[in-house]
Write a protein that binds this ligand. Structure first.
Ligand code: CAA
Length: 713
């Protein structure tokens, strides 16, 4: 009957199969065909009950997210959601029992379809969720109404505001799912449907009231959630909007609640925040595609790994492998360093156990995957080695030369360097096609970004294998080119340059940090440096000075180096840009910084003056966008979206702003360019507009209208 929904009869049960690869997203075709199939089953005299099931690896991953971009106005959204709500009511009104058979995921609209069916049976490995808030919207197909009626207000509020899926077992315990099976889902669903046809019949979720009988308690739960969201999600309206819709349904009934849901959904779907979050969703997936990869490039599977260097980064990288279930050798030069590294790893896992995030059994199992060693024995059995030795060119080159000899010819050799030229390691190894950078972010076991640094010699197979591996390590891999600082840190140098200059011009460290956290960053530039260590940046500057380079064009502030000389490395030494009392991470502003800023300003002939938070944001974001444009134009990032993904996952750039490039588009590139020109006039020629920025403004286009570059170099 349709390409995307199939209809067949098995033992007087209509089996309606959604078949819209890869994830059975609910495109308009699927909605229509599903509607028609259930209607047909209702009228089919040879059918007593209906099963709705997904083809392939999953039930339904939700509405087709691409379709939201076609909703330009609130009214369009209201009209569309009116149709969807009516369609789901028709399924619910089917006179024959309708059973949803869930495997893989039932997310968003997928769960809303399932809840409009009369019963739900799930494979034990399935998960169920309402992740819409992660896209800046709320459940828009009755989820805010039917979920509380199945699970009660508390769980519905949690699922609709944190967006995290729950397991089939948890869903069954909560009443969202009626039965859980271990395999044989389709047959079990058919049997279940026949059972319900014989007795029980249809059960409409919208008519259930047991779980929300106590209206006062449910409303109190809504108020409590709203108060908590006011602290945690003040920048994004969707979670609170979901609460509004849930509360309206509980207080005023299903019809009024549904209308509120449609209205709040419409508010959200046309918002810039939602556009930004949807953009990041697709940008993250696009980042996994290499624009110039020839057809047929195969990604290999990594079965065993090794990490050289058990310091902070090496230890965190080894944990990432072990967490993914990949056995990993961890090598150090001597037993004492190895013991120190392992003790840190164990301490990290023990802290997870103490917080209830890991079981003691899982700790033992995960630790057993890490094999400490002080030799290269067994390196001929691994598929990848990640080098994480001290950031020193000669040391790293020697390590790569050794690795080239002790590993198999097809073994990937990755460097975790954050600054050095990957091509040098490629040459030192003797087999450059297998060499690239795997730039993890600290703490490597937690931060999700992996910059996959491509040297000119790196093969497509090595890149494809790295992207596949990144996903397995629960990281977001982005291929970048081999320039100084790659993409993340190259651009960060401009972010920091402006932060330093703003300080010299009169803004305080606390004001600059506050402006950035108000913008949505998890921490401001100075707080971030105090966490990362002021010594780290200082050493990089020393190295650059030794080779006659600087990190960013323009005046170099002397203040960070003065702090380094004073031994003020940040939190770890109790003082950096702020002061810290023993055992506390509370940032206490320190008058010493103001004095240093005053001295630096005097040397540069600047009169310090108050700077507004708008100016702080404009300066810093303009610097990022302009440098991002240069990175793009030079081909060190393939797409503007890659840069945005890097900033969201590497530095916690607020997703609701979409990343520095998307944000620049929302500001308007003409405004961004005008600011660059203004700053050039005010501060000097080190402000140079990126030619790509000028071209896009001349053409009236944004970064997102620019063609993807051939490839990151
Ligand atoms: N709409 C459109 N495309 C989708 C999609 C969706 N809901 N979900 C996944 N896709 C696409 C991805 O973009 C990707 O496409 P490409 O291969 O072209 O890049 C492809 O499906 C595979 O996706 P992943 O790479 O993410 O595959 P995975 O196996 O790692 O993860 C998943 C699968 C868990 C379903 C994940 O894709 C996911 O979380 N999807 C989004 C789920 C979601 O947010 N659903 C709610 C939608 S909003 C809604 O439903 C509103 C409503 O109330 C009606």
């Amino acid at each position: 009957m349709s390409d995307v929904v199939h209809y067949e009869r098995v033992d007087r049960v209509a089996v309606v199969t959604i078949d819209n690869p890869p994830v059975n997203a609910l495109s308009p075709d699927v909605w229509n065909a599903l509607d028609e199939a259930v209607r047909r089953a209702a009228h089919d005299p040879a059918v007593d009950a209906v099963v709705v099931v997904g083809a392939g690896t999953t039930f339904i991953a939700g509405a087709d997210i691409k379709v939201f971009a076609t909703l330009k106005t609130r009214e369009q959204s209201l009209e569309r959601s009116g149709g969807t709500h009516a369609l789901l009511m028709r399924i619910e009104d089917c006179p024959k029992p309708v059973v949803a058979a869930i495997h893989g995921v039932a997310l968003g609209g997928g769960n809303e379809v399932a809840m409009s069916c009369h019963y739900r049976i799930a494979d034990r490995k399935a998960s169920i969720g309402q992740p819409e808030v992660l896209l800046g919207i709320i459940p828009g197909a009755g989820g805010t109404q039917r979920l509380p009626r199945l699970s009660g207000a508390d769980l519905a509020l949690t699922m609709s505001t944190d967006g995290k899926p729950i397991s089939a077992d948890r869903a069954a315990a909560a009443g969202i799912v009626d039965r859980v099976v271990d395999g044989g889902l389709r047959e079990a669903a058919i049997a279940f449907a026949r059972e319900k046809a014989a007795g029980g019949g249809p059960r409409k979720t919208r008519e259930l009231r047991d779980k929300i009988q106590d209206v006062a308690a449910a409303v109190a739960a809504c108020e409590k959630m709203r108060a908590s969201l006011a602290k945690t999600s003040k920048d994004v309206p969707a979670p609170a909007a979901a609460v509004d819709a849930i509360e309206a349904g509980i207080r005023e009934g299903f019809a009024a609640g549904s209308l509120r849901e449609r209205e709040r959904f419409a508010d959200c779907v046309v918002s810039t925040a939602s556009k930004a979050m949807r953009h990041i969703f697709f940008a993250e997936r696009d980042a996994a595609k290499i624009p110039d990869a020839p057809a047929g490039v195969q990604a290999r599977t990594i079965a065993r790994a090794a990490v050289v260097g058990a310091g902070t980064m090496g230890g965190g990288i080894a944990m990432s492998y072990a967490n993914a279930g990949i056995p990993v050798l961890l090598k150090e030069v001597d037993q004492a360093s190895l013991d120190r590294g392992l003790a840190t790893i164990r301490k990290n896992y023990e802290s997870s156990v103490a917080k209830g995030k890991m079981t003691p059994d899982a700790l033992l199992k995960t630790m057993s995957l890490i094999t400490p060693t002080t030799s290269y024995d067994a390196f001929d059995g691994v598929d990848i080695v990640v080098e994480a030795v001290f950031e020193n060119m000669d040391l790293k080159k020697t390590t790569f030369a050794e690795l080239g000899k002790v590993t198999r010819p097809d073994c990937i050799l990755a460097s975790n360097s954050s600054t050095l030229d990957i091509s040098e390691f490629a040459r030192a190894s003797g087999r450059p096609a297998s060499v690239l950078g795997h730039h993890f972010f600290s703490p490597a076991n937690i931060m999700k970004l992996l910059e996959i640094v491509r040297a000119p010699e790196t093969s497509h197979e090595t890149l494809a294998t790295s992207l596949k591996l990144a996903k397995r390590l629960a990281k977001v891999g982005v291929v970048v080119g081999n320039c100084f600082g790659f993409v993340a840190n190259r651009m960060l140098a401009y972010y920091m340059r402006e932060a330093y200059l703003l300080l010299e011009e009169g803004a305080s460290v606390a004001e600059i940090d506050q402006a950035l956290t108000d913008f949505g960053m998890p921490v401001g530039p100075y707080g971030m440096q105090d966490i990362a260590g002021i010594d780290v940046g200082a050493r990089i500057r020393q190295y650059l000075t030794s080779i006659g380079k600087t990190r960013a064009e323009g005046p170099q502030s002397e203040i960070p180096d003065r702090l380094f000389e004073m031994g003020r490395y940040g939190q770890k030494t109790g003082a950096g840009w702020y002061r810290y009392e023993a055992g506390s991470r509370n940032r206490i502003p320190d008058p010493l910084i103001e004095n240093l800023a005053g001295e630096a300003a005097a040397k540069r002939g600047i009169t310090r003056a108050k700077i507004s938070s708008d100016e702080i944001i404009a300066r810093i974001m303009t610097a990022l966008a302009n440098e991002g444009a240069k990175v793009l134009q030079e081909g060190y990032a393939s797409r503007a979206g890659d840069i945005d993904v890097i900033y969201c996952y590497g530095f916690g750039f607020p997703r609701h702003r979409g990343g520095p490039m998307f944000y620049a588009d929302t500001v308007g590139l003409a405004t961004v360019l005008a600011r660059v020109s203004e700053y050039r006039a005010r501060f000097g020629d080190y402000w140079q507009p990126a030619p790509l920025l000028e071209r896009l403004v001349a053409e009236g286009r944004g970064f997102y209208d620019a063609e993807p570059q051939a490839a990151a170099r």
